[in-house]
Ligand binder design. Structure first.
Ligand SMILES: *[C@@H]1O[C@H](CO)[C@@H](O)[C@H](O)[C@H]1NC(C)=O
Ligand SMILES: *[C@@H]1O[C@H](CO)[C@@H](O)[C@H](O)[C@H]1NC(C)=O
Ligand SMILES: *[C@@H]1O[C@H](CO)[C@@H](O)[C@H](O)[C@H]1NC(C)=O
Ligand SMILES: *[C@@H]1O[C@H](CO)[C@@H](O)[C@H](O)[C@H]1NC(C)=O
Ligand SMILES: *[C@@H]1O[C@H](CO)[C@@H](O)[C@H](O)[C@H]1NC(C)=O
Ligand SMILES: *[C@@H]1O[C@H](CO)[C@@H](O)[C@H](O)[C@H]1NC(C)=O
Ligand SMILES: *[C@@H]1O[C@H](CO)[C@@H](O)[C@H](O)[C@H]1NC(C)=O
Ligand SMILES: *[C@@H]1O[C@H](CO)[C@@H](O)[C@H](O)[C@H]1NC(C)=O
Ligand SMILES: *[C@@H]1O[C@H](CO)[C@@H](O)[C@H](O)[C@H]1NC(C)=O
Ligand SMILES: *[C@@H]1O[C@H](CO)[C@@H](O)[C@H](O)[C@H]1NC(C)=O
Length: 878
């Protein structure tokens, strides 16, 4: 058996005593999402406890939220923990879909369906950004007889602030179609949090007006007891303010449904938590933008937005059912554990974000200035935490890649300014959401975060078809790629996303290399074949050390650190290699790595039911996001399923009575480490996006004869580069053979035939991808929303120089500085001869013949490039 396998067993045995007490796996998660619409509108319930405990915020502090149904004079409790309790309802079934949690309950002779719906409407930014969710109740008599029924629900001001001894003010208002309660702090504090909740939010509880609806506000004991006893509500208190928790004051609705055998239509409530401004974003020039939630561009007041939300219920329900069906259709093709995990993860990932707009120069809302902000919920509270954006990227790419651009945009904009002085990418935009002042601090995650930004930028451009960000920020992206080129040969001061600090962490170097190759692909897409060649050559040169030292000599798996044959790591950054088709590792490597992981899983299942650790350095805990990225790239479906299954086992384990979390202990406790309700769990979508990209590409709609004339020189240059590449490949293969490595070296330039499909697909059945507008100014999002035609142009751009207009949008896109194709100088001999052999030299000191071979290859390349210098400036203006 492999020595590293023995090593794993040792490590786990040390930290994790065998868990003999195998409990029967429960069918539903240990903690269940009810409402997840923003970092501050967030409610969960402990599994099985809906009808007898209080819902909680993601940090597991209670939220006052009660629900009762009175049937023939007997009151049953379906939500909350009133004391003394009303009669018990029985939970018959719990169903969790990506957008909904649906309970089937029995209350006496009535059967109830209770639906907690957090709508996800990425194609409609107005709806998406309105931080409200629905609860609906349907009831039917089990005995077919008519019963006298009243239903009740309330919330309290715990939804408004984490400071429970603060004073809240409240009121009840109505419009022609809705009644709503609202509550906020008497002294709100903008952009401040106390125990994770905002101090500047207004909480709403709303219901459609109707003759049988009544509402009140009052001390919780009085209001709940009167409903329980009589089915009606007391008059509202005359107080309009009070301390949140002494006594708890509740905002209540009751509906008298009369004598019914079933509800004629759903009883609907909406709960909301609104903040405006949502984010204080400091631009690179130092201006603080108080950014508003996007919906204000359509609704200037909350009452009309509430009316629209409530009257949209049937539509929202249908849309959500369709979206759920489509996602679950994709996930069940993988496994039921996987489906369950995706259903659990989607709302929390999207619900960790807020979609915002800024003001135009005219002081009006500018719907082209869209930015998405993510809170590092459950972990650090940072703003747009780059490694967490990276983890969640598969979700955005799968659902709507435009949102990935909206997440990157504030990071890129800030770092492109003189305010940002680091040579590598920042870790975030600030350390305490919702303040986004920018973060110019030095840090040790230069490779990690620069690699993340390059990978995400290319992925966004390819899959959305919108090249505006990569075009506008080309010099910034290049700066990061240059940093990677310089740092990877000696990464002695670097740490990774998991805060590990060893030198030469293989998986971290893979991220850096994919980042450099992403820069090459971005350059190619924008017509800069010289940069394309520079960066892909660097990838190749730097891959030599990776292949020589980062892969085990026995078994062909990735080592945690160069040369440490006893080590291994989950190679989760290879997800980016597959996503972008950068070919850093060969197919043969993926196969041998998969085999290794299969063996590891078999060994580890005997010591922990909760899966594998990230690597041999951090053996006591699992990272669900990195495990999911790894599961997406293995070449064998049983190994893939074997990686997902323990995450679900953990999510359902009694010990994990907390919201779905990223990092947890591998011992039998399964205890939380960090990341409750983390957006990182968007990583679970990784297999779905790879699958989508591998689907066959529809044929190009039109022939592109006009461009054929320019293919020659550029393809010539790329082929010229291949002489060099061929030399390097030979070198790598030669060296690896000598060392009896089993794994083939990397492949180099992505051939046009093997370009990844960039099909973007809306899971919203109402949106056909083929009909969307291409003009940036037509787009509701202010970003290019590509038609199929634009997407194909984007792909052609990967190897054909063409007019970059469909890719370059935004204010500065026409300036020559932002169009890198316009500012390219053909490479001078001196430049090209400075081939960076840094990474090679020490390894190859005695390999002078090989180096000579390499030099010759470089000279060949130079000669060919001088023969056929593509005339970029002319080509652009054809
Ligand atoms: C309701 O609960 C009370 C007290 O627990 C009990 O006496 C009564 O039988 C219950 N009624 C029904 C209809 O379940
Ligand atoms: C993606 O979202 C944007 C903004 O909401 C929308 O305009 C666009 O239609 C969506 N794209 C797809 C493919 O659904
Ligand atoms: C509850 O949902 C189930 C499953 O969708 C359905 O069969 C049943 O009719 C629903 N009951 C009510 C009262 O709407
Ligand atoms: C609320 O409680 C905190 C600590 O629990 C205390 O510091 C603060 O003074 C209290 N505020 C009020 C208004 O009582
Ligand atoms: C709601 O009613 C209160 C007092 O009845 C009033 O002060 C407040 O402005 C109203 N709010 C809205 C949004 O109409
Ligand atoms: C409901 O039915 C009860 C008896 O079954 C009757 O006393 C009552 O008047 C009815 N209520 C309505 C509103 O019809
Ligand atoms: C944006 O414009 C709105 C409406 O004109 C105004 O209320 C708000 O203060 C402005 N915000 C900023 C940051 O300029
Ligand atoms: C589910 O997916 C299959 C192919 O994987 C497709 O044929 C079928 O139409 C899909 N069903 C729905 C409801 O999307
Ligand atoms: C890291 O790897 C490089 C080869 O890329 C090697 O020269 C260097 O010695 C390694 N550093 C350590 C501490 O192993
Ligand atoms: C690697 O990239 C740097 C720019 O970061 C460039 O100067 C150098 O020539 C490249 N090396 C090779 C071998 O192309």
């Amino acid at each position: 058996m492999l020595s590293s396998l023995r090593f794993l067993s040792l490590c786990i045995l040390v930290v994790a005593p065998l868990a003999h007490s195998q409990s029967i796996s429960p069918v539903s998660p240990a903690y269940i999402p009810l409402v997840l619409r923003s970092p501050y509108l967030n409610a969960w319930t402990q599994g099985g406890e809906l009808t007898r405990s209080w819902p909680t915020f993601w940090n597991q502090r209670n939220l006052g939220w009660a629900g009762y149904i009175r049937v023939d004079g007997v009151t049953y409790q379906w939500l909350g923990n009133h004391n003394p309790p009303f009669n018990a309802t029985t939970v018959l079934n719990t169903q969790i879909t990506p957008t909904q949690t649906i309970y089937t309950l029995q209350a006496g002779s009535m059967s109830l369906n209770l639906t907690f719906l957090s709508p996800i409407t990425l194609s409609d930014p107005v709806k998406q950004s309105f931080p409200f969710a629905y609860v609906s109740l349907d009831a039917v008599a089990l005995d077919g007889q008519s019963h006298n029924v009243q239903v009740y629900s309330d919330i309290d001001a715990e939804w408004t602030s984490g400071q429970r001894n603060a004073t809240a003010i409240w009121s009840t208002n109505q419009t022609s179609s809705s009644v709503f309660h609202q509550a906020q702090l008497q002294s709100p504090a903008a952009f401040q949090e106390i125990t994770d909740q905002a101090q500047d939010a207004t909480t709403y509880f709303a219901s459609p007006s109707s003759a049988n609806l009544s509402s009140t506000i009052g001390a919780y004991l009085d209001v709940r007891q009167q409903f329980g006893d009589t089915g009606s509500l007391p008059n509202p208190t005359s107080n309009t303010s009070g301390i949140i928790d002494s006594p708890f004051v509740v905002y209540a609705f009751a509906s008298d449904l009369g004598n019914i055998t079933q509800t004629a239509q759903s009883v609907i409530w909406a709960v909301g938590n609104v903040r405006n401004p949502a984010i204080a974003y400091t631009t690179g020039s130092g201006t603080v933008q108080n950014r508003a939630p996007y919906f204000v561009s359509e609704y200037s007041d909350i009452p009309s937005a509430i009316d629209a939300f409530l009257s949209d219920f049937n539509n929202a329900k249908q849309h959500s059912d369709a979206l759920d069906a489509q996602i679950l259709n994709d996930t069940t093709a993988i496994s039921s554990d996987y489906s369950n995990l995706v259903s659990l993860a989607m709302r929390q990932a999207i619900g960790s974000t807020e979609l915002t707009i800024g003001n135009g120069t005219d002081g009006k809302w500018n719907t082209s200035d869209v930015m998405l902000f993510m809170k590092d919920v459950g972990t650090s509270g940072r703003v747009n935490p780059v490694e967490t954006l990276y983890a969640s990227l598969p979700l955005w790419l799968y659902l709507n890649a435009t949102y990935a651009g909206a997440l990157l945009s504030p990071l890129l904009q800030y770092q492109d300014s003189p305010a940002y002085t680091q040579p590598f990418a920042a870790q975030d935009l600030g350390t305490s959401y919702p303040l986004a002042p920018g973060n110019n601090q030095a840090h040790t995650q230069g490779i990690e975060q620069s690699g993340n930004m390059l990978i995400m930028s290319l992925a966004h451009a390819r899959i959305s078809g919108d090249g505006s960000l990569v075009a506008r920020y080309y010099p910034l992206l290049k700066r990061w790629a240059d940093y990677l080129v310089q740092t990877i040969p000696d990464p002695s001061q670097q740490s990774n996303a998991d805060m590990e600090t060893q030198v030469n962490m293989t998986n971290l170097i893979v991220k850096g290399l994919v980042g450099i190759q992403a820069m090459s692909e971005i350059s190619k897409a924008l017509g800069n074949s010289v940069d394309a060649l520079t960066y892909s050559t660097n990838t190749t040169v730097l891959s030599v050390a990776l292949n020589m030292s980062g892969i085990s000599t026995e078994g062909g798996h990735m080592l945690a650190t160069y040369g440490n044959q006893e080590s291994w790591t989950l190679p989760y950054n290879l997800f980016a290699d597959r996503l972008l088709q950068t070919g850093i590792m060969s197919d043969a490597f993926y196969a041998s790595q998969t085999q290794f992981l299969g063996d590891l899983l078999a060994a580890s299942s005997k010591v922990s039911p909760f899966g594998l650790p990230v690597d041999t350095t951090a053996v006591s805990q699992a990272n669900a996001a990195w495990t999911a990225l790894t599961a997406a790239i293995v070449t064998n479906s049983s190994v893939r399923d074997g990686l997902f299954a323990p995450i679900w086992t953990h999510a359902t384990a009694n010990g994990s009575a907390f919201p779905l979390s990223d990092i947890y202990k591998l011992d039998s406790s399964g205890a939380l480490v960090s990341g409750r309700s983390s957006p990182a769990m968007g990583a679970l979508f990784a297999p779905l996006i790879l699958r989508l990209l591998s689907e066959p590409q529809p044929p190009p709609p039109t022939a592109t004869k006009k461009k054929a004339s320019i293919v020659g020189p550029v393809v010539g240059a790329v082929l010229g580069g291949k002489a060099l590449i061929a030399g390097l490949v030979f070198l790598v293969v030669y060296l690896r053979r000598r060392r009896r490595l089993r794994v083939a070296g990397k492949t180099i330039i992505v051939e046009p035939e093997s370009l990844p499909s960039t099909r973007s697909q809306s899971p919203d059945p109402n949106h056909s991808t083929a009909t969307t507008a291409v003009n940036p100014s037509d787009s509701s999002f202010g970003l290019v929303v590509p038609s199929m035609k634009a997407r194909i142009a984007m792909q052609e751009g990967l190897y054909i120089k063409h007019n970059a207009t469909p890719l370059a949008s935004g204010p500065s896109s026409n300036a020559s500085t932002s169009n890198p194709a316009g500012s390219v100088d053909p490479p001078s001999v001196a430049e090209s001869s400075q081939v960076d052999l840094h990474g090679l030299r020490t390894e190859l000191q005695n390999q002078t013949a090989m180096i000579e071979h390499l030099r010759n290859a470089v000279r060949e390349m130079e000669a060919e490039m001088n023969e056929a210098p593509p005339s970029y400036s002319h080509l652009g203006a054809q």
